[in-house]
Design a protein around this ligand. Structure first.
Ligand code: SF4
Ligand code: SF4
Ligand code: SF4
Length: 460
């Protein structure tokens, strides 16, 4: 399978893809896909470039153009954009950088203070309170302007294991519930955790959290080797217990598996293992490890793009058979966006020290990337958050409209330039030249397009 893409045409956007069966015409903004022969492709591209070329076309070419036009292939569509009005109604809190595990590839040196000797610390409750107040204020304001607010969302994440600050999480949840009640909307809590939780913590999660993401490396041996506890023991038994309990209690949970070169050949086995053991699972997210943080000091390596693609597709087939939904972040043909994540709309993420970052992976002031991603902080004197408008403006420009490298890529409104922390590490936007992930993103997105082409209504 190849994911060759032709020049993208300015208006309308039409791409020619290629697979073993021949060319595919793809209009991402219209959500339209067609298999076509070379003559039809030529006619379509000629018409898209210059509609007056229709007059000189023969009967067959006109037939093709008429058919495609009728289905909307040449219609203009608004390009995706993002909200530039920074009034968040969601917050992500990093309660602590302490961690009970020492994962060999941890991007944040969890439990070791970021790798530059930063102290281990826990967020002050006041910081969390003011962040919740801020999103509640915005929710009220937006509701008064007629924007429907269905809930407000508090996500618990970390550059450590958030539940190592369990007392604080409890306070956050109770406070959030009170504020939401005053506001008359439900508070929704979700969390990303390593799953090594006590009974008490599990009870609390089951009672209060809407969804949970567990980082789990898919098979007991990988989990114990890559994600050991701080005292060097395996963590599988504890995480397994957590996932079984969540499943029994009916809590939505997903698994995020970081795939290293030595695990990549086992991706299909991982799908079978989770299908056999965790029937409550919502989705399994495979992500090739990115060599950063503690990973650089370990023997873990990113799998080659080709091998990851091959094994992901095998795993996908097993997932379809076994009812496990598979996800990889760079392939999402069903999404139209101009930014890979919320980084360009000023994702409101608060670190344990009260700094505000737009990126989950950049959480220390000593990280050189903080110059780009930090855009505010909790001001103890004012008792509230202050934001840097100029930084917000610069973050807003981190979108695919401004990335020339992606102009001709058929994934540009899906992948939208990929993860800024990875591809823009130390470089400016105009130097964006993709990454090894591009091949994975394009091939797996093409696979999604092919699967849509192959789809038939169930009764056919
Ligand atoms: S559990 Fe998360 S924060 Fe802790 S070491 Fe592992 S990856 Fe890092
Ligand atoms: S820039 Fe990348 S690492 Fe940062 S929040 Fe977005 S997807 Fe995550
Ligand atoms: S980062 Fe790569 S895959 Fe993503 S839109 Fe740009 S060129 Fe395409």
């Amino acid at each position: 399978m190849s994911a060759a893409n032709s020049a993208g045409l300015a208006s309308p956007e039409l791409f020619v893809l290629q697979d073993e069966e021949g060319p595919i015409l793809y209009a991402p903004l219209a959500g339209l896909i067609a298999r076509a022969n070379a003559t039809a492709i030529q006619a379509a591209l000629a018409f898209a470039r210059d509609p007056s070329s229709y007059d000189a076309m023969d009967k067959d070419q006109r037939f093709v153009v008429d058919e495609l036009r009728e289905r909307g292939f040449f219609a203009s569509h608004t390009r995706p954009s993002h909200d530039t009005d920074f009034r968040p109604t969601q917050v992500t809190l990093f309660p602590t950088n302490r961690c009970n595990l020492r994962c060999s590839y941890c991007y944040a040196f969890g439990g070791e203070g970021g790798g530059n000797g930063e102290p281990l610390t826990t967020m002050r409750f006041e910081v969390a309170q003011r962040a919740i107040d801020l999103i509640a204020r915005n929710a009220k304001e937006r509701a008064a302007e007629g924007a429907p607010i269905h809930n407000f969302l508090v996500s618990i994440h970390g550059n450590g294991e958030p539940f190592c600050a369990f007392d604080l999480i409890r306070e956050i949840v109770f406070y959030g519930q009170d504020v939401a009640e005053e506001l008359g909307v439900p508070a929704v809590f979700n969390a990303a955790t390593n799953g090594v939780l006590s009974e008490e913590q599990l009870d609390f999660v089951v009672a209060n959290f809407g969804s949970i993401n567990i980082s789990f490396d898919g098979l007991p041996a990988f989990q114990d080797a890559n994600r050991p506890t701080a005292n060097g023991r395996g963590s599988f038994v504890a995480v397994d217990r957590t996932m079984r309990r969540l499943g029994e209690a009916g809590v939505n949970f997903g698994i995020r598996t970081t795939v290293t070169a030595n695990m990549v050949d086992s991706m299909a086995d991982i799908v079978s293992f989770v299908a056999d053991n965790y029937p409550g699972l919502e989705q399994l997210h495979f992500e090739p490890v990115w060599e950063c943080g503690r990973c650089k000091k370990s023997s873990n390596a990113m799998p080659s793009s080709k091998v990851f693609i091959k094994r992901y597709l095998e795993a996908l087939a097993v997932g379809q058979e076994r009812g496990v939904r598979l996800v990889y972040s760079g392939a999402r043909q069903d999404m139209l966006v101009d930014s890979f994540c919320k980084v360009s709309s000023g994702s409101f993420t608060v670190t344990p020290t009260g700094d505000v970052t737009a990126c989950y992976e950049v959480s220390y002031a000593t990280d050189p990337r903080s110059k780009r991603f930090f855009f505010g902080r909790f001001d103890a004197r004012k008792g509230d958050f202050v934001f840097d408008e100029q930084k917000l403006k610069e973050l807003s420009s981190l979108n695919v409209h401004n990335i020339r490298y992606c102009d001709n890529c058929f994934c540009r409104w899906h992948c939208a330039g990929d993860c800024a922390a990875k591809v823009l590490d130390g470089i400016d936007l105009h130097e964006h030249h993709g990454s090894v992930r591009c091949e994975i993103n394009r091939t797996l997105t093409l696979n999604q397009i092919q699967r849509r082409l192959d789809w038939r209504p169930p009764d056919e």
